[in-house]
Design a protein around this ligand. Structure first.
Ligand SMILES: CCCCCCCCCCCCC/C=C/[C@@H](O)[C@H](COP(=O)(O)O)NC(=O)CCCCCCCCCCCCCCC
Ligand SMILES: Nc1ncnc2c1ncn2[C@@H]1O[C@H](COP(=O)(O)OP(=O)(O)O)[C@@H](O)[C@H]1O
Ligand SMILES: [Ca+2]
Length: 568
C-alpha cells in the first residue's frame, strides 16, 4: 500500500477563475475545486493508489503523480501576451491575461485510452508573486530530484523507415516535448543503413548521454541494440563470438519513437505505436528491461534479436518484401498473401533447452504487463543461477541430457522473445511471452494444409488460441539450435540417406535445377526484420540485457472509485 507523503505546499489557487485547493507532496500534485466535498487529507487511512492507476479524475478533483509531471512553466508578463516558453504562440483568453502575472502552468501526462498518453496542462493563478515562485521552485526541485529522468539524449532518425515520416514526426511531435521537459538532444539523421550502429560502436561519446533514442522501426531499433551491446562487450573485454559467454548488460536506456513498418517492439513495450506516448515515456524516465537473443553460426556471431526470429513463413515474407520496400508497410501484407499461397515447407532439426524452474508457460492466460512479477522473479532466479555457475554448474544450469530434439517438415519455426504484439496482431505471435524473463517461446508449425495454416494465422487476430492445433507446438526455451536438412552433420546425413536415399538425391537435384518447380530446401531467418546470412544457427537468450524507456503495457484501472482519494 502506497502511503502519501508529507505535504510540501497547500494553497488556495485559481484554475480557470475558480478557487481550488491545491496541494503538493513528494509524490502527488492535487487540485480540487473549493465548495464541493472537503479536500482529501493525505494522512487518512484507506488511501491506496494502485500502481497502474495513479491519476484519477472525479468531477473537479485532479491527482497527478509528481513522476508524471513533464515540466512547470512560469506565465510571466510576456507569456501573458500569449507567448510560450518555447517561443511558440498560444491562444489565451482575455480573462486569463490579467491574472497571468502570477500564474504558472504545469504540463503533465494524461491517459487518453488504448495506452495512449497525452501532454495536458493546467494553469494556476496565485494571489501574489512570492507564492507563485514558491510553487514553481518547489515543483522544479521535485522534478530535478527524479534521478531516473534523462537530461541528455542521443537521437538517431531513420528518414526512410515506414512511410518515410521519421524526420517530420520527430521535429513536429517529439522535439517540442523534449524542449518543454528541458532535455538536451544531439540529433543524427542517418545517411545509410548501419550508420547508427557503427556510430554507436566506435565514435559516439556515450558518457555524456543518459540514453539513446531511435526514430524508426524495428530495424532501426535493432541497429541501436547492436551498437550498444557491441560497445559494452568491447569495453568489457567479452568475446562476442563465443555463444557460451555471458554478455554484459548495457547501462544506457533506449527510447523508441515509432516510425517504422511493424513497430512491434514499441507496441509490445508501451502498448501502442504512438510517437507522443513514446516521447512521454522517455521524458518521465521509465525503465523496462528486455531479453536479447544472441544468434551464432559455428561459433561465429551473426546478430542479436529481441522480437522475432522466424524461419519459413516469416523468413520468406521478409525476403520477398525487401524487394518491395517502395510499397512501405503494405509490403508485408502483399508478401504475406503471396507466401501464404506459395505454401513452402522446410525440413530440418530443431534442438532446444527447455526453460526449467522458472515461472510461466507459453499457454498461460496471464500476460506480461507493467511491473510483471514473472519477469522480476525469473530475472532474480537466473542471476542467482549464473552466480552458482561461477563455481560448479554449466551455463544456464544446463546439462546435455536436458536438450530435446525434433525433426520434421515445418511451415514456420518462430522464436518470440516477447509477445510480438503489433497493429496487425494486437495479441502477438506468442501472447503469453515475457519481455524480460530470460526465455523465448519456440513455436513450431508443422506442414499442414493451406486451410489449416490460414486458420492458424487468423487466430493471431482473434481471441482463439493459435497454439491449440494439432500441427502447432510451443516450448518456452533458454537456448535452441536449428539445422536445415541439407546442412546437418555427416552422421545425420548418413542416417537420412539410409532412411530415404532416393528422396535425398532428388531433392539435391531439384535444388540445383529450380526450373523443375519443386519446393526449395532452404528458407532464411527473419531476425527482427533483417535476413540472416546462415540457416544453421545457435540461439541463446540473455536475460534483461538491455533497458528501454518504457514501463510495459499498463493494465486498465479497476476499482477506480475506491482508490480516488477525492471521493473519500
Ligand atoms: C490472415 C491474417 C493473418 C495475420 C497474421 C499476422 C501475424 C503477425 C505477426 C507479426 C509478428 C511481427 C514480429 C515483428 C517483426 C519485425 O521485427 C519485423 C521488422 O519490422 P520493421 O519493418 O518495422 O523493421 N517485421 C516483420 O518481419 C514483418 C512480419 C509481418 C508479417 C505479416 C504477415 C501478414 C500475413 C498475411 C497472411 C495473409 C493470408 C491471407 C490469405 C488469403
Ligand atoms: N539513412 C538510411 N538509408 C537507408 N537505410 C537506412 C538508413 N537508416 C537506417 N536504415 C536501415 O533501414 C532499415 C529499415 O529501417 P526501419 O526504421 O526499421 O524501417 P521499416 O520498419 O520500414 O523497416 C533498417 O535495416 C536500417 O538499418
Ligand atoms: Ca522473454
Amino acid at each position: 500500500m502506497e502511503r502519501p507523503s508529507r505535504l510540501l505546499l497547500l494553497s488556495e489557487l485559481r484554475v480557470r477563475n475558480a478557487a481550488h485547493s491545491v496541494s503538493l507532496s513528494r509524490s502527488l500534485l492535487t487540485w480540487k475545486r473549493r465548495g464541493s466535498s472537503p479536500l482529501y487529507h493525505p494522512f487518512r487511512p484507506r488511501f491506496c493508489l494502485p500502481r497502474l492507476r495513479r491519476r484519477s479524475d472525479s468531477g473537479s478533483c485532479h491527482i497527478v503523480p509528481v513522476s508524471e509531471i513533464i515540466s512547470v512553466r512560469e506565465e510571466d508578463e510576456e507569456n501573458g501576451s500569449g507567448r510560450r516558453d518555447d517561443g511558440s504562440w498560444k491562444k489565451i483568453k482575455e480573462r486569463d491575461v490579467k491574472d497571468c502575472r502570477q500564474a504558472f502552468t504545469v504540463l503533465y501526462v494524461e491517459r487518453s485510452g488504448q495506452h495512449r498518453w497525452r501532454c495536458a496542462e493546467v494553469t494556476f493563478t496565485c494571489s501574489d508573486t512570492t507564492l507563485c515562485q514558491r510553487w514553481i521552485s518547489n515543483i522544479r526541485e521535485q522534478l530535478a530530484a527524479i534521478a531516473s529522468r534523462p537530461r541528455r539524449l542521443l537521437v538517431y532518425i531513420n528518414p526512410f523507415g515506414g512511410k518515410r515520416q521519421g524526420k517530420r514526426v520527430y521535429e513536429q511531435k517529439v522535439a517540442p516535448l523534449f524542449l518543454q521537459a528541458g532535455i538536451f538532444t544531439d540529433v543524427i539523421v542517418t545517411e545509410y543503413a548501419n550508420h547508427a550502429r557503427d556510430h554507436l560502436r566506435t565514435e559516439a561519446e556515450l558518457k555524456q548521454f543518459d540514453g539513446v533514442v531511435c526514430v524508426g522501426g524495428d530495424g532501426m531499433f535493432s541497429e541501436i541494440v547492436h551498437g550498444l551491446i557491441w560497445r559494452t562487450q568491447i569495453d568489457g573485454g567479452v568475446d562476442v563470438n563465443c555463444p557460451d559467454e555471458a554478455l554484459l548488460p548495457c547501462s544506457l536506456r533506449i527510447g523508441i519513437i515509432p516510425a517504422g513498418s511493424t513497430d512491434c517492439i514499441c507496441f509490445a513495450t508501451v502498448g501502442t505505436n504512438d510517437p507522443v506516448t513514446s516521447a512521454l515515456h522517455i521524458i518521465v524516465g521509465d525503465s523496462q528491461p528486455m531479453d536479447v537473443c544472441s544468434v551464432h553460426h559455428n561459433n561465429t556471431f551473426l546478430r542479436y534479436s529481441v522480437s522475432l526470429l522466424g524461419y519459413g513463413f516469416y523468413g520468406d515474407v521478409l525476403t520477398d518484401s525487401e524487394r518491395k520496400r517502395w510499397m512501405g508497410p503494405a509490403r508485408y501484407d502483399f508478401s504475406g498473401v503471396k507466401m501464404f499461397l506459395t505454401h513452402h515447407y522446410y525440413e530440418g532439426t530443431v534442438s532446444y533447452l527447455p526453460a526449467r524452474g522458472i515461472l510461466g508457460t507459453p499457454r498461460d492466460t496471464a500476460r506480461c504487463r507493467s511491473g510483471c512479477v514473472v519477469c522480476q522473479r525469473n530475472g532474480q532466479l537466473l542471476s542467482e543461477r549464473a552466480e552458482r555457475y561461477e563455481t560448479d554448474e554449466g551455463p544456464d544450469g544446463e546439462t546435455e541430457r536436458e536438450w530435446r530434439t525434433i525433426r520434421g517438415k515445418f511451415l514456420a519455426i518462430n522464436a518470440a522473445s516477447m509477445s510480438c504484439a503489433c497493429p496487425r496482431s494486437p495479441k502477438g505471435l506468442s501472447p503469453a511471452a515475457h519481455l524480460a524473463d530470460g526465455t523465448t517461446d519456440l513455436i513450431l508449425v508443422r506442414k499442414c494444409s493451406r486451410f489449416d495454416f490460414l486458420r492458424h494465422l487468423l487466430r493471431h487476430t482473434s481471441k482463439d488460441d493459435q497454439f491449440d492445433m494439432t500441427f502447432v507446438e510451443v516450448h518456452r526455451v533458454r537456448r535452441f539450435r536449428f539445422a536445415p536438412r541439407h546442412c546437418q552433420s555427416d552422421s545425420d546425413l548418413e542416417l537420412d540417406l539410409q532412411e530415404n536415399g532416393k528422396r535425398q538425391i532428388f531433392s539435391q537435384i531439384c535444388r540445383d535445377h529450380p526450373a523443375c518447380g519443386c519446393a526449395p530446401s532452404y528458407s532464411s531467418w527473419n531476425c527482427d526484420g533483417e535476413i540472416l546470412t546462415h540457416t544453421a544457427i545457435d540461439v541463446r537468450v540473455h536475460c534483461q540485457l538491455v533497458k528501454l524507456f518504457a514501463r510495459g503495457i499498463e493494465e486498465p484501472a479497476v476499482f477506480e472509485d475506491l482508490t480516488n482519494p477525492c471521493a473519500i
